[in-house]
Design a protein around this ligand. Structure first.
Ligand code: FEO
Length: 135
């Protein structure tokens, strides 16, 4: 069974964003699989870089809608994004320098952060953006 499993309850009712969230789950599972099967450090590094880049792209998608429609919780939401981006970049740098061995603890952190952020913070914009015609 995959480490990060998508559930319908995670849906924010916007297809583009649900698909991006699913892709983030897929990257986390890919990192987990690579770790379990002891794949080469370079390969693991590449997947971590893809996750980091895709996370930034995903956050930009949400923030584009926030700015376009003047979403009231923009500042707080963007702050959460920035903290996570900094954390992932920190992991990435430490991993590259050999200071960090990727552990289940870190992968669990990424998965739990994502699930909690989607269920707590992302879901708050669903009704607001749906009302603006974003689905
Ligand atoms: Fe889907 Fe706010 O990240």
């Amino acid at each position: 069974m995959a480490l990060a499993n998508w559930r319908d309850e995670y849906s924010v009712n916007i297809l583009e964003i649900d698909n991006q969230h699913k892709k983030l789950f897929a990257y986390i599972n890919e990192i987990h699989d690579a770790m379990k099967t002891n794949r080469a450090k370079e390969e693991l590094g590449t997947i971590i870089s893809k996750l980091a880049a895709y996370t930034v792209d995903h956050f930009k998608t949400e923030e584009k809608y926030f700015e376009r429609y003047h979403y009231p919780d923009t500042a707080n939401h963007k702050y959460e994004h920035q903290v996570f981006v900094d954390k992932v970049h920190g992991f990435q740098e430490d991993f590259k320098k050999g200071k960090l061995l990727l552990s289940l603890e870190i992968i669990n952190f990424l998965r739990d952060w994502l699930i909690n952020h989607i269920k707590g913070t992302d879901k708050k914009y669903s009704a607001f953006l749906n009302e603006k015609g974003i689905r």
